[in-house]
Design a protein around this ligand. Structure first.
Ligand code: PLP
Length: 396
């Protein structure tokens, strides 16, 4: 699970460099190449930058992508600077006037419009600009889950039920007259309904979105150039060796694309591209038994790696034994028993993995948490308790 070069660096890093985030950019590139190869020609692959916006990752992914999905003015300025020249799609709820102006200044290629209010604001802002300025938009729709397309198995449902994301289908129709005479070009429909979907479920969502978009375009006699089926491809933290079935997904998209000639399909995964390329490496500071249960207290914690707390899972890990023990007293250890791995925060929520069996774990051993390449450092509350930040390493 841990790549040899990451294991090697994790063992060699000086103690002062821990905790450390180690990213294997070669493994990331190889994974992205496989994803790309599984997708039919013509299907566009964007990376959702919010999963991990580290410039090193953005650049390592660039050769395999058609563009990036960004969800704030901050992300859009950051991604534009890190990988200039690749298309950006600006999505997300609650875009401010300042962010929309910035997006127009930077020539963002696509706007994913989330509401009528946002549509009117964007149209007015485009009107303020020189005469030939245009904005290319997709309307984000919140399609109710339907037959053959249940979101029940999804880990996080963004759509299919009441929520702040996108437009109800009939409100999409209400937007169409607002476009008349405005300097906005409607390029198509965007949907991102759930995350944690397997290939079959994601294909059902994609087919439903494309079918709905097609019938809308036919009913109103408007062109349909593009349909975005979102991200949310499942990442299984319980079975870290399994991957989303990109081949089955690609084969299904090929059929879908063939059934809708002239429509460009686009997907925008984040987690499933980046999660497997990152490790959070740290060491055991203390180890004790409390009322019969073993607890290992690690340097760092969920203020660096909030993923297991946010998603309520055990972060998968590898123990990297360290043989030196220079202290004068016996080395505290857990032997052949379940151990709870906690961090340094003064809260019972600071748990990275709960009661996971280990053969041996001692104070001073190192631990590499896997699947820390997405929604990890960048979603964590770094400042709580004012511990030092981790160091960052990107292996090429
Ligand atoms: C978060 C998000 C994504 C990426 O989701 P993943 O689960 O990381 O693949 C894609 N599109 C939109 C609109 C998002 O909000």
């Amino acid at each position: 699970m841990i790549t040899p070069r990451v294991a090697d660096l994790a063992a060699r890093l000086p103690g002062a460099a821990l905790p450390a985030y180690v990213h294997d950019l070669t493994a990331l590139g190889a994974h992205a190449r496989e994803v790309r190869a599984a997708l039919p020609e013509g299907v566009e692959l964007y990376y959702a930058a919010k999963a991990n916006p580290a410039p090193e990752l953005l650049r390592a992914l660039a050769p395999h992508l058609d563009g990036y999905e960004v969800s704030s003015g901050g992300e859009l300025a950051h991604v534009r600077a890190a990988v200039p020249g690749l298309p950006l799609a600006f999505g997300g709820p609650g875009k401010t006037e300042e962010e929309l102006r910035l997006a127009l200044d930077l020539g963002v290629e696509r706007f994913h419009v989330e509401s009528e209010n946002e549509l009117r604001l964007l149209a007015d802002l485009v009107d303020e600009r020189p005469g030939d300025a245009r904005a290319d938009i997709l309307l984000r729709v919140n399609l109710p889950a339907g037959e053959g397309c249940e979101l029940g198995g999804a880990v996080l449902a963004m759509g299919g039920r009441p929520g702040p994301f996108g437009l109800d289908p009939h409100r999409v129709e209400a937007c169409l007259p607002l476009l008349r005479g405005r300097r906005l070009r409607l390029r198509g429909i965007h949907a991102h309904l759930a995350s944690g979907l397997d290939a079959a479920a994601h294909l059902a969502v994609a087919a439903r979105v494309v079918g709905w978009a097609r019938s809308l375009a036919d009913r109103y006699g408007i062109p349909l150039d593009e349909v975005v089926a979102g991200g949310g491809m499942a990442v299984d933290y319980v079975r870290p060796r399994t991957r989303f079935d990109w081949r089955a997904y690609g084969a299904g998209l090929r059929e879908l694309a063939a059934a809708h000639p002239g429509v460009t399909l686009r997907i925008e995964p984040g987690r499933s591209l980046a999660a497997h390329c990152g490790w959070y490496v740290t060491e055991v500071l203390d180890l004790k038994h409390s009322q019969g249960e073993a607890f290992a207290v690690l340097r760092g914690g969920t203020h660096h790696l909030r993923t297991p707390a946010a998603k309520a899972h055990d972060q998968p890990f590898t123990v990297l034994p360290v043989e030196e023990w220079a202290r004068s007293w016996p080395r505290p250890a857990a032997l052949d028993e379940p151990v709870t791995l906690t961090g340094q925060l003064c809260t019972p929520k600071d748990v990275l993995a709960r009661q996971v069996p280990v053969a041996e774990l001692r104070v001073g051993d190192r631990i590499a948490f896997a699947m820390a390449g997405a929604y990890a450092w960048n979603i964590s509350h770094h400042d709580f308790l004012m511990h030092p930040e981790p160091t960052f390493h990107f292996l090429n």
